[in-house]
Write a protein that binds this ligand. Structure first.
Ligand code: AVI
Length: 324
């Protein structure tokens, strides 16, 4: 007989993960939302991706923040509450906080663990700055802490994460941010630019195979958490530039006919079939600004690197009514 504390340890299954995977594997074309990449291993692999020579976005955006946050501070004015959406490791945040004389910092993240760690690190670096972490899904409007209710806000959404949404969802998110941040708000957002296909594909299919491991880890997570028996070696990582949609797509392609089970349900895939796992949209100067306008924001300044590979854009909440 097993004593109570000898019972086998079972991972708690996230019902939303189970539902998305079962629905996504049964759909045509097969697709699983990219948010499920980020278990502990996936988050570590993503951190590794940000340091890869081929993955230019993090390096260039960090350089832009270092160079231009002083100007952001001059335009936005002192005393704003900096609200960071999906703060994650908050590695880029110090460049902004040190230049804009904020009255408080509100990091928002769905992962409480990440939030506690990064808030503690920032509080140590900026000991006089009030930090009010909020554990929430920023895809919906959020009620900010009462302590910051009256001050004007500066939203911060770096990393080109907006690119992981199809434009319709990106617009919904921008509108939700506008509602969360209130009257007189500003937003500093990072957007990856359209560029040569070979550069884009290399950034998402690096020579060391880190992005491949990141993509394949989704199958390992499914096996671990949803009692799956997917043969990982029967799949390969693909990064494809979709010109019409202006996005890099990541897929997992079956190398041979495969059959497997997940959470008690059976699936079969023919050689060459794929599971679509991520979109990373790229924007030109016009389309990026148009996205912001559609989401209720007016772009007022934009900075890019010399090669125009990546842009950070400062926008202000558009008045609700405008002349036609
Ligand atoms: C988080 N996001 C902005 C990354 C991107 O570039 O779309 C995720 C990523 N996927 C593969 N490499 C990086």
């Amino acid at each position: 007989m097993l004593l109570h504390d000898e019972a086998p340890v079972r991972l708690e299954v996230d019902p939303a993960f189970r539902a998305d995977v079962l629905r996504g594997l049964a759909a045509w074309p097969r697709a699983i939302p990219a948010r499920w990449f980020y278990d502990k291993r996936g988050s570590e692999l993503f951190e590794d991706i940000t340091g890869l020579p081929e993955y230019y976005p993090t390096r260039i955006e960090t350089a832009l923040l270092k160079a231009y946050c002083g100007e952001v501070g001059r335009i936005a004015g002192a005393g704003r509450v900096v609200v960071e959406f999906g703060s994650g490791s908050s590695a880029k945040t110090p460049h902004l906080l040190s230049q804009v004389a904020p009255s408080a910092y509100v990091p928002i993240d769905i992962s409480g663990e990440f939030l506690r760690e990064s808030s503690a690190a920032l509080a140590a670096q900026f000991p006089t700055l009030p930090v009010h972490p909020v554990e929430a899904d920023f895809m919906h409007p959020i009620r900010l802490p009462d302590a910051v209710a009256d001050a004007p806000k500066l939203g911060f959404f770096p990393g080109s994460t907006i690119g992981n949404m199809v434009p319709r969802s990106g617009t919904d998110l921008l509108r939700a941010m506008r509602e969360s941040l209130g009257q007189g708000a500003m937003l500093l957002i990072g957007m990856d630019r359209i560029k040569a296909e070979d550069v884009l594909v290399a950034a998402y299919d690096d020579a060391a195979g880190v992005t491949a491991a990141f993509n394949l880890n989704l199958l390992e997570r499914i096996n671990r958490e949803l009692d799956g028996d997917i043969p990982i070696d029967a799949f390969r990582h693909r990064a494809i530039w979709n010109e019409m949609e202006s996005r890099i797509e990541m897929h997992l392609e079956a190398l041979r006919d495969v059959a497997f089970a997940v959470a008690g349900e059976r699936f079969a895939m023919a050689a060459g079939e794929t599971i679509h796992t991520e979109n990373s949209h790229k924007y030109g100067p016009q389309s990026g600004r148009m996205l912001l306008r559609t989401g209720g924001w007016t772009p007022i300044a934009e900075w890019t690197d010399a090669g125009e590979n990546f842009a950070i854009i400062l926008a202000e909440a558009k008045p609700r009514r405008e002349a036609p």
